[in-house]
Design a protein around this ligand. Structure first.
Ligand code: G1P
Length: 279
């Protein structure tokens, strides 16, 4: 059973400067909740209650968010404002939180490897909190992936079709179709130019990884941008074993940029805030 979920959260969030100059990008609010809280809620819904966060300098707010604020609790005790904290209190009650720091930014693969002491020798999920994923029709994306893991027992990446001109923003896969929404990965390229992309099936910020990935990452040379790429490590895993790519059900908002962030805000305002499901 998968219990752990790793959140790489050491990145600078340069696409959102100056907002992210002194505040972690994971704390950007989508309506009334920070991005990372949506990610932790999705993880807990999937039964992943051991939350591991890879932080960095200037990210203290993340730890404070997932803690009790006694002053605040005291202030609002007995008032109708208590309802605002119900959701975050549930996360504190039902999840454990552990942290480690990434001291140098050397890519997503390196960030995941930094989380190794928190994960140990078990399969785990990875959430990139700036990809906000929703599925109003049913299971959250991580829940869908955990179910798939129980069937395939190998690493899984969530994918979606993107505009072929956008492949340079993503890891892109090619694979053999097993079901109309499931592929066995045969190739994977990090941020290819459209003319070099094997398909338009792009990896989004949800992964399930088996723990052998750590040794593979440790032996992965820097790739695109001089960084250690999880995409390169996963290709290695796909070649020596099996990696599944899954076209998830639902919607994903790229909250690392203004457009996706605004779309996510509108979605959450309409579907959660206005309907009283925002806390
Ligand atoms: C990372 C990964 C990339 C993936 C993307 C999803 O890139 O390296 O393969 O497609 O996340 O959001 P980043 O967006 O951190 O540059």
């Amino acid at each position: 059973m998968i219990k752990k979920c790793l959140f790489p959260a050491a990145g600078y969030g340069t696409r959102f400067l100056p907002a992210t100059k002194a505040m972690p990008k994971e704390m950007l609010p989508v309506v009334n909740k920070p991005l990372i809280q949506y990610g932790v809620e999705e993880a807990l819904d999937a039964g992943l209650s051991e939350i591991s966060i890879v932080t960095g300098r200037g990210k203290r707010a993340l730890e404070d968010h997932f803690d009790i604020s006694y002053e605040l609790e005291n202030q609002i005790k007995g008032t109708d404002k208590e309802k605002y904290l119900v959701g975050i209190r549930r996360l504190l009650d039902e999840c454990s939180f552990s942290y480690t720091r990434q001291t140098e930014m050397k890519g997503l693969g390196h960030a995941i490897l930094t989380g190794r002491p928190l994960i140990g020798d078990e399969p785990f999920a990875v959430v990139l909190a700036d990809d906000l994923c929703v599925n109003p029709e049913g299971d959250g994306v991580l829940t869908q992936m955990v179910k798939l893991y129980n069937q395939f027992r190998c690493s899984i990446v969530a994918i979606q079709e993107v505009d072929p001109q956008e492949t340079h923003k993503y890891g892109v896969i090619a694979g053999d179709m097993i079901r109309d929404d499931i592929f066995r990965v045969t190739n994977m390229v990090e941020k290819p130019k459209p003319e070099d992309a094997p398909t338009n099936l792009a990896i989004i910020g949800r992964y399930i990884l088996t723990p052998d990935i750590f040794d593979i990452i440790a032996n992965t040379e820097p790739g695109k941008g001089g960084e250690i790429q999880i995409t390169d490590a996963l290709l290695q895993q796909a070649r020596s074993g099996c990696v599944i790519a899954y076209k998830f059900k639902g919607q994903r908002f790229d909250c690392g940029g203004a457009e996706g962030y605004i779309d996510a805000t509108n979605f959450c305002f309409e579907n959660y805030y206005k309907t009283g499901k925002a806390y």
